[in-house]
Design a protein around this ligand. Structure first.
Ligand SMILES: [Cu+2]
Ligand SMILES: [Zn+2]
Length: 217
């Protein structure tokens, strides 16, 4: 059974009522192009019907770590997403930096890559601050409970998107670093190399939400 979709902001403008558009105007290609541009401007950005609203990332350990887990992403507005999930096999009580990286791969290597920075801030920073002043990919750290499980619940991560725009995290790597995040030091908050990594993969649109996302709500 599919649960009702959450309330979400109106993304696609319908502020130009069809009744006010003369039908003969719609037969002229130039008029149609102008109307399309107007609608796109009203909406703030053009929205493509096939753009995903849901995504997942399956994280697996790298560099000898055996961490694993799944993160689920949901678009909840223009350039903001909700992130939920769980990571297992962590050291009980330990905190780990969690970042979205620019790279679209999880190849094991020495360097951890770069935190996703669509605003070109060039700075690592605390995740509760304006995403324009830091890497938008700087997420709150994950702290393991006594069972070594780290729960991830980020209701609003701003400056990130599942859609095809400059904030897009689709296909990029989610990285759990080996150490804690000082939320200050560039490039990775002094968190060391990669301990787990997974690629963000599209799972469905608002019209066809994946059943696997039911437990988000
Ligand atoms: Cu990082
Ligand atoms: Zn960063």
């Amino acid at each position: 059974m599919r649960l009702p979709l959450p309330i979400r902001p109106a993304i696609i403008s319908d502020s130009v009522p069809a009744a006010r558009i003369p039908m003969d105007l719609l037969r002229r290609p130039a008029a149609i192009a102008l109307l399309a541009a107007l609608l796109a401007a009203c909406a703030g950005r053009p929205r493509l019907a096939q753009e995903p609203d849901f995504a997942t990332a399956e994280l697996t350990g790298v560099g000898g770590h055996t961490f694993r887990g799944t993160l689920r992403f949901e678009q909840i507005g223009v350039s903001s997403v909700r992130i939920r999930g769980e990571l297992q096999g962590l050291e009980p009580g330990k905190s780990y930096a969690l970042h979205i990286h620019t790279e679209r791969n999880c190849h094991p290597r020495k360097e951890p890559g770069e935190d996703f920075d669509p605003f070109d801030s060039g700075r690592h920073g605390p995740p509760h601050t304006d995403p324009g002043t830091r890497h938008a990919g700087d997420l709150p750290p994950v702290t393991a409970n006594v069972a070594g499980v780290g729960n991830v619940s980020i209701p609003l991560a701003q400056g990130l998107s599942l859609w095809h725009d400059i904030y897009s995290i689709m296909g990029r790597a989610v990285v759990l670093h080996a150490g804690p995040d000082d939320s200050l030091t560039s490039p990775h908050g002094g968190a060391g190399g990669r301990a787990a990594c997974g690629l963000i993969t599209a799972q469905g649109t608002s019209q066809t939400p994946p059943d696997t996302l039911q437990n988000l709500r």
